[in-house]
Design a protein around this ligand. Sequence first.
Ligand SMILES: [Zn+2]
Length: 379
Amino acid sequence: MVESIGAPGSQASLREANSVRIIEAVRLYGKITQVELASVTGLSPATVSNIVRRLQASGTVTTEATVRSGRRAQLVTLARREGLAAGAHIGRRAMEVHLVDSGLGEAARQHLPLPPDHRDDTTLDRAAMLVTELVEGLGADLDDVLGVGVALLPAASSGWRDVDVADVLGRRLGRPVVTAPATEAAAVAELRLGELRGASCGLYVSAGEDTDSCLMLGGTVHRGAGLPVAGIGHMRVAPAGAFCRCGARGCLNTVVSAEALADPLRISHGRLQLRDIIAAAVTGDRGCQQVIADAGAAIGGAVADVATMLAPDRIAIGGPLADAGEAFFRPIRDALRSRPLLQDPDLTLVAGRLGPAAAALGVAGLALDAAGAAKALEG
Ligand SMILES: [Zn+2]
């Protein structure tokens, strides 16, 4: 008989605490029958059976039939979450590296500021070093890493156009590496772990130095056919406006960008970085709030056009500008409300839930997908 590990909760309202008690017991004993669980937790066999059924449905535990003392019994184990995956998000000024288990549960993370215009070779060296350090910090080995994902800026804005990141990092780490655009990776994370869960047509918008977007249809990324999907940042919003780095004229990215937000503030506020403008807006600076509201109105107009065409059920907005709160979100909401065709109460606009971790977590998920697909091909 295993030892009791605590007194039972006595009311149905303690179900949550009882679930935790059961998970702890399963973790402690590795494999344990439901009868033994009742014994160590002090819960009734019926309560244990109910909770195990719910934990099984949510994928937290698995059960298998066994025989104990000549009687049939249900053996409960934690769902297998073996192996790790790493996700690195390499941005303009910082790198986020996350290690996750195979259920996308976070195991470790690290944030590293990067110099402006960082070079691909030194940055990929650092990424390899960080992944190795995080893995070793967990007492694990690179062999335990099923795959590595790298979320990248669009090639046109990173200057890494000719670098095969998967090949370079794959050789340095000796692990399979996949890459994805950062916005797509962040959208995948919001789909699996965050605000786009359950959306049948979800639009993810990333708003910061650039504006970008990713459409999720029926739980998968819409990548288009042939040409890559350029995203909302290259929708034409100012036909007579400035030329965009993509070569077209008047893209949303020429109207909303770090420089476009900083320019009207130069005389009054001096030279500001995007993060300074956001921080000042949050603490009540009227000028910074206004340029952010203007950015929200421009993005909101483009989002409303996309929504009119595609009828999403959920729109999630992430990226640094989402941290500016209502100054940014109100004009977007107003832009949606101003369209008579978008008066669907089921259409929701939310801030992304995963913040700066989104792209690293999402690309770790894509690395796990690739590892699973490779395994399926082998098997
Ligand atoms: Zn453009």
